[in-house]
Write a protein that binds this ligand. Structure first.
Ligand code: KIV
Ligand code: NA
Length: 271
C-alpha cells in the first residue's frame, strides 16, 4: 500500500479518541527523528528566536518559513506538517492571507498553515478553508502581538480576559479551523473551551485538559538551560552534553590526539 501522510482531517478526527501529539520541527534531521512519534509537526515561527537569535517572532519572514517548511517536508513522510504564517503575511486582508498561505502550500508541499488570532481573524480562516487551505488556529497568548501586549504571561484569570479567549476560540472554531492551539491559558478556561469546541484544542501552557499538546522541540530537549518556563518539561538535557563534546574536541585538537591514525587517509605503512 502507498504510504500516506496524516491529513488535517485525520488530526481533527482524533478529538475524543486519544490525545493529539505534536512538537515543532525546523530542520530535516529533527523532522526525521520526530516523524514516527507525532501526529503533526509545526514549523513554528518560534524558529526566529530558537534558530536565529531574534528577540521575538515579529522579524520572521515568509521566505524563512518556506525554506524551513521545505526542509521539514524532506525529513518526514508520515506526520501532517503545518507551517506558521509569519507576522505581516496575513493580517492585512484575507486575500493577503490566501496569497501567503498558497505560496507555503505550493512551495513546501505541506498541507496546512497556522495563524494567530481570534474573532478578528475568523473571516480570514473561513476564506482560506473554503478555498482549499486547512487552517490551524492559535488563540490565548499570541506571541506575534508582543508589541501591543507588552510581554508574555498566562491569560484568563480576569473575567474580561477569559471572555475574550472564549469568544476568540468560538469564532475560529465556527470559521472551520481543523484544530486550535491554545497558548498560556489557565486550566479551567482551557478545559471549558476544549469541552465546548467542535475542533480539537492543542495546548501549550494550557493544561492537560486540552485535546492534544504541543511544545517547542528544542525546549523539551534542554538545548537552552538558562531559562525554563513553568509549562516546559525537559525530556533530555542536551546543552551540557553538547558543551562537553565541544570542549573535548577543542582539548584533543590542542593536544594533537585528534585526529588519530584511524581518522587519517594515506597513513604510511609501518616498516
Ligand atoms: O511558533 C511556535 O513554535 C508555536 C507553538 C504553538 C509552539 O506557535
Ligand atoms: Na508560532
Amino acid at each position: 500500500a502507498v504510504k500516506r501522510r496524516l491529513s488535517p482531517g485525520n488530526i481533527e478526527a482524533l478529538k475524543g479518541e486519544r490525545p493529539i501529539v505534536s512538537l515543532t520541527a525546523y530542520t530535516t534531521p529533527i523532522a526525521r527523528l520526530l516523524d514516527p512519534h507525532v501526529d503533526f509537526m509545526l514549523v513554528g515561527d518560534s524558529l526566529g528566536m530558537v534558530l536565529y537569535g531574534l528577540d521575538s517572532t515579529v522579524g520572521v519572514t515568509l521566505d524563512m518559513m518556506i525554506a524551513h517548511g521545505q526542509a521539514v517536508m524532506r525529513g518526514s513522510e508520515k506526520a501532517c506538517v503545518v507551517v506558521d504564517l509569519p507576522f505581516g503575511s496575513y493580517q492585512e486582508s484575507k486575500e493577503q492571507a490566501f496569497n501567503s498561505a498558497a505560496r507555503i502550500l505550493k512551495e513546501t508541499g505541506c498541507s496546512a498553515v497556522k495563524l494567530e488570532g481570534g474573532a478578528e481573524m475568523a473571516e480570514t480562516v473561513d476564506f482560506l478553508t473554503q478555498r482549499g487551505i486547512p487552517v490551524l488556529g492559535h488563540v490565548g497568548l499570541m506571541p506575534q502581538l508582543v508589541n501591543t501586549l507588552g510581554g508574555y504571561r498566562s491569560l484568563g484569570r480576569s473575567e474580561k480576559e477569559a471572555a475574550k479567549i472564549r469568544r476568540d476560540a468560538k469564532a475560529i472554531d465556527d470559521a472551520g479551523a481543523f484544530a486550535i492551539v491554545i497558548e498560556g491559558t489557565i486550566e479551567p478556561l482551557a478545559r471549558e473551551i476544549s469541552e465546548t469546541l467542535r475542533a480539537p484544542t492543542i495546548g501549550i501552557g494550557a493544561s492537560p485538559a486540552c485535546d492534544g499538546q504541543i511544545l517547542v522541540s528544542d525546549d523539551i530537549l534542554g538545548l537552552f538551560s538558562d531559562f525554563k518556563p513553568r509549562f516546559v518539561k525537559h525530556f533530555a538535557e542536551l546543552a551540557p552534553q553538547i558543551s562537553a563534546a565541544f570542549e573535548a574536541y577543542a582539548n584533543e585538537v590542542k593536544a594533537r590526539t585528534f585526529p588519530g591514525i584511524e581518522h587519517t587517509f594515506q597513513v604510511k605503512p609501518k616498516a
